[in-house]
Design a protein around this ligand. Sequence first.
Ligand code: PEP
Length: 261
Amino acid sequence: MPQRPYIVGNWKMHGTRAMLSEARAIDRAAQRHMKVEVALAPPYTLIHPVHREAEQIGVGAQDCHHEDGGAHTGDISAAMVADAGAKFVILGHSERRQNHAESDEIVRAKAEAALSAGLRIILCCGESEETRAAGDAVAFVKEQLKASLPADHAVLTNGSANAPERVTIAYEPIWAIGTGNTATVEDIAEMHGEIRALLIELFGEEEGPEIRILYGGSVKPENASQILSTAEVGGALVGGASLTADSLMGIALAAAEADEA
Ligand code: PEP
């Protein structure tokens, strides 16, 4: 059965307890849009408070460490974010890959740790402006995804639920994140089609078509309809426009309409 469109807000390093009223407003609005799955990834410090407020939305983390525990000052494990109330974790975001030198191997280890801790994962991939200009975007993204996803199916499904429930992919061209530039609908359709083909290759004909592929990169209420109506776009990972209930739910509404069309 096709999954609902998935709209995920990534608050990045924004938000103190003063933002809880916004999370509450997002949650209340999400209760009126049940045809769309809405989720928020606040900073670590707000995971538990948002979890306590949330009746409808999913709450997740923006990252986790790949080890269960140990001498890692300032780091947080998958079990810790799960204990705080997170149900999913975003992994391999380009800001982590670039600013924290996260390799595909580290992202894969984090994915294994998160899945083993019972979390769902949103695995990010995306090319730089230079890679796209060189005509290598598709090959780069497919390689990045293959190297970042756990190879063992049993790890991906944690022995119980199936892969489409546990794994979501987010295609986020780096040059579109926080810049106001979005990829063209043609480029999004091409990349999502290629990612879909790879997922079918990796997960098979039953699960491969069901794994959601989100688009991320300057999605806003104004451009959401066009992006979310594009083939193989199963939702959006939203940064800047997720900071207010009005804009995030504007995107969720566009997702509901695109799904019905
Ligand atoms: C993101 O960081 O995942 C993102 C898509 O940000 P923005 O929507 O601000 O481009």
